[in-house]
Design a binder for this molecule. Structure first.
Ligand code: NAP
Length: 485
C-alpha cells in the first residue's frame, strides 16, 4: 500500500514517556485513505488513563528539560529538523495517504512544518528578560521568562504535520514538555514526527502523542488535569469555545487557532492576473480545506465579469484525483460528511439566486470523497456560504461598488483570521490595512503563512500567535524580581 524508504516511520501505537504502546484495552481505530475509502491502518485507541499517564510523564520530564541550556534544547530541535527534512519524501507519502492532499502540497507541508522547528531551534537561544529602571536607587527590577510547564496540544486533520510542529517546537524551545492529541482522521503523520524526535535524541516524556477517538474524554483530561499548565488548540471555533470553559476551572493558559472566513477583495485597479493566481493558491490549496482559505470573493463591479472569466480559465486546469498520482493538483475532501456540508452550502446559495458559472466534471471511479471545483456567481451577500467556512473547493463571487462597501462586507462576520486584497493604490492599501478586522492581511498575495510571521486571528478566530518571535510568548511566564540592596 505504501513503500517507505524508512519503514520505521509507519507507527500505529501511541507514544508515551518514550515508549510505543497499545491502548490498555487493546482497542484500535481505523484510519482511512480519503482518496479511496480504503483502511490504511489500525491505530491504538487510547483514553483517559493513558492520557493521564502521558501527562504525568511530561510533568516529570519537564523538570530536567527546563534545566537544559537553551543551546542544548536548540541543538536537539535542530537535529529533529534535519531528520524531518531528510525524511521529507516518506513523511509526504504518509501525509497524502491519510489526508488526501496532492504529494507536491504534502512535501510543501513537511517543509513548512519543519521550518517552525528550525525557527524555534533558533528562538530557543533568544528568550530574553529585562532590567527595568526602579522607583528608588536601592532597588533593581529584573524580569525573567520561565517555561509555563506541561502543554497540551490538540490539532486538526487539515495540516497534520504543520499544526503540530508549530506547537511542539516553541513549547520545547521555551523549556516546556508536551502531550499532543492529533485528529483521529490523521494520526500517522504525528506519530512519524514523534518517531523522528525520538531518533533526534529528544528525551523520553518531553513529547508524548496520545491517539484516540474519544476526543471529548481525552480533551477533558488534558484541560482538567492540574499538571497541565497550558492548552494550545487548533480547530473549530465551536470546540475552542468548549475548551475555554473546561480550562476555566484552574485558569489554564490557552492559545486558540480557530476557524476563519477570509474575504478576498479585488479592486478594479488590481493586476487581475496576479489576483487570479492568488485566488487559485488561496482557494484551492488543500481542496479548500484551510483555515486561511479565501472563503468569499468580493470583486469590484467593473472587473467582476473579467475576473470570473479569468478564474474559470485557471480552474479548468485543475486536475482532481488521488493525491498520490503525479498529475493531481486537487485531492479529495476528508470525509463524506465534509462533502455533504459543502453541497448543502452550495444548494442553499443556489436557492437564494446564485448560479454555477463553472464546475469541474469529475471522472473519478474510485470510492473517494471528491468534490468538483466550483465557481458560483451572484451569491447573496448574506448567504450561509459567506457566513460559514466552506472548507471545500467552491469559489463564491460577490460584486461590490465602493471601497467602504467592500470593507463593510469583509468585516461582517464573527471571525477574523485572514483577509486578502488586490489593489495598486497605496492609499487604499493603508485604509484596508487599518480597517480590515483580521489578524492577518495578504496584500497582493494569496499566500501568507511562514515561520517568521505571527499567525493568528482576532474576534472568534482565537487567541495568541504561532510562529515568529511572538510565538514563544505563549509558552513562557513572566516573573518580576524586585531586589533591594
Ligand atoms: P475540530 O472538530 O474542532 O477538531 C480539531 C481537533 O479537536 C481534533 O483533534 C479533534 O479530535 C479535537 N476535538 C474535537 N472535539 C473535541 C472535544 N470535545 N474536546 C477536545 N478535543 C476535541 O476541527 P476540524 O473540523 O477537525 O478542523 C477544522 C477546523 O480547524 C476549521 O474550523 C479550521 O478553520 C480550523 N483550523 C484553524 C487553524 C488556525 O490556525 N486558525 C488552522 C487549521 C485549522 P477528533 O478529530 O479526533 O475528534
Amino acid at each position: 500500500m505504501i513503500n517507505l524508504m524508512e519503514p520505521s516511520l509507519w507507527r500505529t501505537q501511541a507514544f508515551i514517556n518514550g515508549v510505543w504502546c497499545n491502548a490498555r484495552a487493546q482497542k484500535t481505530f481505523a484510519v482511512e485513505n480519503p482518496a479511496t475509502g480504503e483502511i490504511i491502518a489500525q491505530v491504538a485507541d487510547v483514553g483517559v488513563a493513558e492520557t493521564r499517564e502521558a501527562i504525568t510523564a511530561a510533568a516529570q520530564a519537564q523538570l530536567d528539560w527546563a534545566q537544559k541550556t537553551a543551546a542544548e534544547r536548540s541543538q536537539l530541535l535542530r537535529s529533529w529538523f534535519n531528520l524531518v527534512m531528510h525524511h521529507q519524501e516518506d513523511l509526504a507519502q504518509i501525509l497524502t495517504l491519510e489526508q488526501g492532499k496532492p504529494l507536491a502540497e504534502a512535501r510543501g507541508e513537511i517543509a513548512y512544518g519543519a521550518s517552525y522547528i528550525e525557527w524555534f531551534a533558533e528562538e530557543a537561544k533568544r528568550i530574553y528578560g529585562d532590567v527595568i529602571a526602579p522607583p528608588s536607587a536601592d532597588q533593581r527590577i529584573l524580569v525573567i521568562k520561565q517555561p509555563v510547564g506541561v502543554v497540551a496540544a490538540i490539532t486538526p486533520w487539515n495540516f497534520p504535520c504543520a499544526m503540530l510542529a508549530r506547537k511542539i517546537a516553541p513549547a520545547l524551545a521555551a523549556g516546556c514538555t508536551i502531550v499532543a492529541k492529533p485528529a483521529a482522521e490523521t494520526p500517522l503523520s504525528a506519530l512519524a514526527l514523534a518517531f523522528l524526535a525520538q531518533q533526534a535524541g529528544i528525551p523520553a516524556g518531553v513529547i508524548n502523542v496520545v491517539t484516540g477517538t474519544d476526543s471529548a474524554a481525552i480533551g477533558a483530561e488534558l484541560t482538567e488535569n492540574t499538571l497541565v499548565r497550558k492548552l494550545s488548540f487548533t480547530g473549530s471555533t465551536a470546540v475552542g469555545k468548549q475548551l475555554i470553559q473546561q480550562c476555566a476551572a484552574d485558569v489554564k493558559r490557552i492559545t486558540l487557532e480557530l476557524g476563519g472566513n477570509a474575504p478576498f477583495i479585488v479592486f478594479d485597479d488590481a493586476d487581475l492576473d496576479a489576483a487570479v493566481a492568488g485566488a487559485m493558491a488561496s482557494k484551492f490549496r488543500n481542496a479548500g480545506q484551510t483555515c486561511v482559505c479565501a472563503n468569499r470573493f468580493y470583486v469590484h463591479r467593473p472587473v467582476y465579469a473579467l475576473f470570473s472569466e479569468k478564474l474559470t480559465l485557471m480552474m479548468q486546469s485543475l486536475l482532481v484525483g488521488n493525491g498520490a498520482e503525479a498529475n493531481t493538483t486537487i485531492g479529495p475532501l476528508i470525509s463524506l460528511k465534509a462533502i455533504k456540508k459543502v453541497q448543502a452550502l452550495v444548494d442553499d446559495a443556489i436557492a437564494q439566486g446564485a448560479r454555477i458559472a463553472y464546475q469541474t466534471k469529475l471522472e473519478i471511479t474510485q470510492q473517494g470523497y471528491f468534490y468538483p471545483p466550483t465557481l458560483l456567481l451572484d451569491v447573496a451577500a448574506d448567504s450561509a456560504l459567506t457566513q460559514q467556512e466552506i472548507f471545500g473547493p467552491v469559489a463564491a463571487l460577490i460584486p461590490f461598488d465602493t471601497e467602504e462597501d467592500a470593507i463593510q462586507l469583509a468585516n461582517n462576520t464573527e471571525v477574523g483570521l485572514a483577509a486578502y486584497c488586490y489593489t495598486r493604490d497605496a492609499k487604499r492599501i493603508k485604509n484596508l490595512s487599518d480597517k480590515l478586522e483580521t489578524g492577518m492581511v495578504g496584500i497582493n498575495t494569496g499566500l501568507i503563512s511562514n515561520a517568521m510571521a505571527p499567525f493568528g486571528g482576532i474576534k472568534q478566530s482565537g487567541w495568541g500567535r504561532e510562529g515568529s518571535h511572538y510565538g514563544i510568548d505563549d509558552y513562557v511566564n513572566i516573573k518580576y524580581l524586585c531586589e533591594r540592596f
